[in-house]
Design a protein around this ligand. Structure first.
Ligand code: GRF
Length: 193
């Protein structure tokens, strides 16, 4: 059994989808032991608590990279975490942590990497840019996290169409729907590696 920690900052819909898939035995061999949020405001925290998963709020505020990685590593050790699942976690992980967990940190991005990713590409902005560029296809990508931003090895990608009258909000919803299936599939794939 592999222990996973899911890191969130927002609504946590990807986290919820992963936890639901585990509850329904659609993914086996993984146990969510911790949901960590960068802010107390993350909507997903309540859901995690109600699902019987331990939660933690870890703010980067006033901490240097060394203190951030030491703080996070202490928490991850406490829960004997094998894999870190970034699910809308808005903060960049410090290099020391990324090195320690190399090959064991996953992230999901709402575009077809290498398109529309990197610094500044998060939230609605990604979908606005896809529409602006006149793309007819977009999608989601699950990848390993390395020292760069959205540069790690790709695990799985899935596409969906972009329609001419799409707003960024509509497109975001379409992509999120894919994300909710894709992330669990990618976790299952990595666990089997
Ligand atoms: C998702 O679009 C994900 O691809 C990106 O952040 C968003 C998180 O959404 N990294 P949610 O909090 O899982 O609903």
């Amino acid at each position: 059994m592999k222990n996973i920690a899911i890191f969130i900052s927002g609504s946590g819909s990807n986290m919820k989808a992963i936890v639901e898939n585990i509850k329904q035995n659609k993914i086996t061999g993984v146990k969510p032991v911790l949901v960590l949020s960068s802010t107390v405001k993350a909507g997903g925290l309540e859901y995690a608590k109600n699902s019987g998963i331990d939660t933690a709020v870890f703010s980067y505020k006033g901490l240097n990279p060394e203190q951030i990685s030491d703080g996070l590593i202490t928490l991850l050790n406490k829960y004997d975490v094998d894999f870190i699942i970034l699910a809308g976690f808005i903060k960049i992980l410090p290099e020391k942590l990324v090195k320690k967990y190399k090959g064991r940190i996953l992230n999901i991005h709402p575009s077809l990497i290498p398109k529309f990713c990197g610094k500044g590409f998060y939230g609605l902005k990604v979908h606005e840019e896809v529409i602006k560029a006149g793309e007819t296809e977009t999608g989601a990508t699950v990848h390993f996290v390395d020292e760069g931003v959205d540069t790690g090895e790709i695990i799985l990608q899935r596409t969906c169409p972009v329609y001419q009258d799409d707003s960024a909000e509509v497109l975001q919803k379409r992509v999120l729907k894919i994300e909710h299936e894709l992330y669990s599939e990618a976790i299952a794939k990595v666990i089997e590696l």
